[in-house]
Ligand binder design. Structure first.
Ligand SMILES: Nc1ncnc2c1ncn2[C@@H]1O[C@H](COP(=O)(O)OP(=O)(O)OP(=O)(O)O)[C@@H](O)[C@H]1O
Length: 258
């Protein structure tokens, strides 16, 4: 089924999904995504919204390559550096610094360079003083800041965030959102940290419509695995327009607190 409205897309696509379906569960019986056509251009800031179980996480996992489409095609540029953050960060039972170092080493950064880069990343999220603390002993907000530092250290061109602030208290939520805004507004950097002059891309899922307004320029609305609306953020929050284009999405927005 085609989406209600198509968004004009920038020239260089980071992701191009053509008729993607994803099946999950025993015998792949559950159809989590149905016939998704979605192009996301470099530098776009896309929010995925929809009720629980509508397919937001599955779509993010598919963009990242963690989930394969059962049918359809996903095109991404070769060697695109993508970072993904989850609602609850996965930390290894070792120091905050070593968690970042391991991430760098796994991406091929020479071991002798990882310590300085990890400390720099921790300073960037104002956690330099917690470098030697066991990552699992950090608070939820600190762990999410650590996850951001770990991702930032890899200089991602694309950030995929799956409800990254959902489990945090209001103060931590604000802190983490501010870092997300800062990191994703800054342009891409090469592995040596030098600006490349190209914009960073952000795709995130959120139930917080205030956050969607603050961070996104484009909103994709999903329902039961289908993409029903794809609109510039100002149009998505234009009640009359949304009601006429996509009554379901309008009802969803009305039901959520802004
Ligand atoms: N590993 C899995 N095995 C079977 N079904 C799954 C699996 N992961 C997700 N699903 C199902 O796929 C559908 C889409 O789930 P998904 O997590 O992508 O939705 P979501 O929009 O991210 O939900 P939420 O807002 O609750 O995070 C749901 O019906 C869910 O129950």
């Amino acid at each position: 089924m085609p989406s209600t409205a198509r968004h004009a897309v920038a020239a260089t696509p980071c992701f191009d999904l053509r008729g993607v379906q994803v099946h999950l569960g025993p015998a792949s019986r559950l159809q989590a995504l149905t016939d998704i056509f979605l192009r996301i251009g470099e530098g776009e800031r896309v929010a995925l919204v929809g009720a629980n179980g509508s397919g937001k996480s599955t779509l993010l996992r598919t963009l990242h390559g963690l989930q394969r489409p059962s049918t359809g095609e996903l095109h991404t540029p070769a060697h695109q550096r993508v970072a993904m953050l989850f609602q609850r960060p996965h930390m290894l039972r070792m120091s905050a610094r070593r968690n970042i170092q391991l991430g760098l080493w796994l991406r091929g950064v020479p071991a002798r360079q990882t310590r300085a880069l990890a400390l720099q990343a921790l300073e960037r999220v104002e956690m330099g003083h917690l470098a030697e603390r066991n990552a699992r002993a950090l608070s939820g907000g600190q762990q999410q800041r650590l996850a951001l530092a770990r991702a930032w250290a890899l200089r991602p061109a694309v950030w995929l965030l799956d409800e990254s602030t959902a489990s945090l208290d209001p103060h931590a939520k604000r802190e983490v959102e501010a870092l997300i805004a800062e990191f994703t507004a800054a342009g891409q950097r090469d592995v040596d940290g030098q600006p490349t002059g190209r914009p960073t891309t952000l795709v995130f899922s959120s139930h917080n419509l205030g956050q969607v307004k603050r961070l996104a320029s484009r909103v994709v609305y999903l329902e039961q695995g289908r993409l029903l609306a794809d609109l510039p953020v100002k149009d998505f929050f234009n009640h009359d327009l949304l009601r006429s284009l996509c009554p379901q999405a309008h009802l969803f927005v009305q039901g959520e607190s802004l």
